[in-house]
Design a protein around this ligand. Structure first.
Ligand SMILES: *Cc1c(COP(=O)(O)O)cnc(C)c1O
Length: 379
């Protein structure tokens, strides 16, 4: 069996020390030791989200937190803006419709960022709109939406801003309270370097007010129930004890590294990778606000992006991601977040060069690796 290398935007590699932290004997989720762990998790999440809000933990993938942010804020028939600049943006529409709410779709061309003025215009036109749903980092296109500016737009309206930061939180700075973000969602398996299975939701005062009148059905993902129980360090249901132990270790690791250093390193890996792709004559799929968390690259003319992904997977057990929906076959995506190192990044670039050469693309072999080495060397 080949050594597996995870370079896709989730799940990302888990640090060995964190794997060991999760290899401890199981304790009971109602023991006093676990109550203590729950308290530490809550404190750690507040620091990570940079907020005084309660940050709820759910045992689900990131989409569970997204679903909770529809079910707990709205009532059937309510209108909400879904910013759709990619596959994850489309998920907002699907969720809104599943709960009988009316999605006001704000379609953004894939590869571009939403214009805050367009959101402002929609809210002005229809003051009954109750929420704006957006991705911080639209993982399917590699574009970061302007979250700080969107918060300025929603601030003095009746609408709450819900930010899906599943792939963004931990990759770059998203200060919840400083920017006045009503709801921020995340998950464990992207920049937070953990296995899949945990989802998070930071809930601000404006969202708490809206929650009180929400009539959408909810059970497992009830914010009110969780706020009450998690407020005294208890999960309503059986908590994922092992993942909590891992999360505590990640908080320690972040504390040792410093969040700002983590952001800086992510930025350097992104810069090196993007320079490598340019040196190979390839263009980014993200035409504006290209994110530091991951890079979406256009496959060269005549080469299917899925073949590049398949080549890396089948020959080298290196996992990158392809395009989804309308971008399928056109692009490949590589992550720079979390525990992915400089040398993992160089390995990925090297493997992409080998795949492109094997698929018939003409370029200077080694040019991408050299461009990235130069940037890492100077950092
Ligand atoms: C990964 C991701 C999610 C959550 O996906 P799950 O498969 O449910 O964990 C949500 N939004 C974005 C932007 C993501 O990248």
């Amino acid at each position: 069996m080949k050594k597996v290398s995870l370079l896709a935007p989730g799940p990302t590699p888990v640090p060995p020390r964190t794997l060991l932290a999760m290899a401890q004997p199981l304790i009971h989720h109602r023991s006093s030791d676990f109550l203590d762990i729950f308290g530490q998790v809550r404190e750690g999440l507040k620091k990570l989200f940079k907020t005084e809000n309660d940050v709820l933990v759910f045992c689900s993938s990131g989409t569970g937190a997204m679903e909770s942010a529809v079910a707990n804020l709205l009532s059937p028939g309510d209108k909400a803006i879904a910013i759709r600049g990619g596959k994850f943006g489309e998920r907002w529409t699907e969720l809104l419709e599943a709960y009988g709410c009316q999605a006001v779709n704000l379609d953004v061309e894939w590869g571009y960022a939403v214009k805050p003025a367009d959101v402002a215009a929609l809210l002005k036109q229809d003051p009954s709109i109750k929420a704006v749903y957006v991705q911080a980092l639209e993982t399917s296109t590699g574009v970061s939406h302007p979250i700080k500016e969107l918060a300025q737009v929603t601030k003095d309206t009746g609408a709450v801003l819900v930010v899906d930061a599943v792939s963004a939180l931990g990759a770059y700075d998203i200060p919840t309270d400083e920017w006045g973000l009503d709801v921020v969602l995340s998950g464990s398996q992207k920049a937070l370097m953990l296995p899949p299975g945990l989802a998070f939701a930071s809930i601000g005062p404006k969202a708490l007010e809206m929650m009180k009148t929400s009539k959408c059905p909810k059970y497992y993902f009830s914010w009110a129930k969780e706020l009450k129980n998690q407020g005294i360090n208890k999960g309503t249901f059986t908590s994922p004890v092992t993942l909590f132990m891992g999360l505590l270790d990640i908080f320690e690791l972040i504390e040792e590294m410093g969040l700002d250093n983590i952001y800086r390193e992510t930025e350097i890996k992104s810069k090196a990778f993007k320079a490598a792709m340019a040196a190979l004559g390839l263009s980014l799929y993200s035409k504006e606000n290209a994110s530091v968390g991951l890079t979406a690259v256009e496959a060269p003319e005549g080469i299917d992006g899925q073949d590049v992904v398949g080549w890396l997977k089948n020959k080298y057990a290196i996992f990158i991601a392809g395009g989804q929906a309308q971008a399928k076959g056109k692009i490949f995506r590589v992550a720079h977040m979390g525990y992915i190192s400089e040398f993992d990044t160089l390995q990925g670039i090297s493997a992409i060069e080998m795949a492109l050469a094997g698929l018939g693309y003409k370029f200077d072999m080694g040019a991408g690796v050299a461009a990235a080495q130069k940037i890492f060397g100077e950092a």
